[in-house]
Design a protein around this ligand. Sequence first.
Ligand code: HAM
Length: 431
Amino acid sequence: MSKNTEPIRSVKGTRDLLPSETALWQRVEEEARRVFAAYNYREIRTPVLEQTVLFARSVGADTDIVMKEMYTFKDRDDESLTLRPEATASVVRAYIEHGLYNEGGIHKLYYMGAMFRRERPQKGRYRQFYQIGAEVLGTDHPAIDAEVPEMLTVFLERLGIDEYALLVNSVGCPKCRREYVKALRQALERVKTTLCADCQRRVNTNPLRVLDCKVEADQSVIEKLPKILDHLCPECRQHFESVTAELKERGIPHQISPRLVRGLDYYTRTTFEITSDVLGAQNALLGGGRYDGLSELIGGPPTPGFGFAIGQDRLVLAVEAVGRLKSHVALAAYIAWMGDSALAPASRLARDLRREGLSVEIGYEPVKLKKSLGTANKLGARFAIIIGEGELSSGRFQVKDMETGHQEEVEPARIPSHLREKLAAAGEPGG
Ligand code: HAM
């Protein structure tokens, strides 16, 4: 039997993130953790696998995500499982399952991780993609609907992203939405035949979904449909007015976007998105909103909620396009040693620096200085530490700044603090 030795490739719509990319991904995650912690969010990690029914009941049975995009399969015991297409449902499930509501008060939770949707892959759209998201459970106060976008603007600012638009809308509560959907359906019945096949079906199944149809030919028809903001009940109108007033007070520029109903069914009242033109076609950097009825939909106590998820793949693309955030230096120092007698002190120094948490590489074979410096350069080392016969007899090693070329002699015991000072001055961690 001949063996098949065809190279095996990654699955369509998934990708490997190589070390040249992960440095920036880590930097973005680090900034997210820092900003979220400043707003008192704590991390939650939920499984990638969930029961299929969780998403059918929360995201909604007639959404594109549930109807067309989920990776769903029967486990060996016939249970239907799904690779999570989003994490809000999982976070609320965990909140209920572990009785976090018994602790009272507000829970502010954040997460980072892989999500799965079987969409047509293109730049910024993948079948395995990554989200950085957060959920606030336990309050329907409009201040949260403004504080969360504020936190996001602080985060984007730290990443150097300043070209974006914040779009906000209210989709009302089940009560006013019922009235609106009735009016919308009536209007749609009149123009139904001019719409795409998907929208014609949506008129009966879920007319709100017509509003986020992307088909070009449908747009002029959709623009003329009744607007949900004109159909809000007094409580929802008041809530939305408070949210926009708070956004103004906090100095957060935003646009009201009456068509922003979002592709998931659990939303109530505020919905929002941040889009950025630097992204091209897939311009939604993040999206979120309020979901006051979600907990009850999946068997929990009434618990208002508000949250968002950032598409991390898109965020990193935007960070790269803007080019202001740099990943940290890969390597603090490369130790270039020459001659057998230099190996032991070089290894000791490497150990001392690494013990202090500085990233260090050392040549394992004796080579000439020029070649060592070439390697240091290639590895992106910030400093090269040169140890040859002269250095061993003087008891002071050469520390070469690979950026400026400046070189100075430093006693081995002083080298860790010397590097730390220099790195701190350059704003690098480890300094
Ligand atoms: P979503 O709008 O479905 O919301 O996704 C949030 C973000 O994930 C999008 O704005 C986009 O940046 C990114 N994204 C979605 N699909 C893909 C894909 N196939 N490839 C790359 N990026 C993608 C949610 O998922 C909600 N759970 C957000 C939320 C949290 N609402 C309340 N809390």
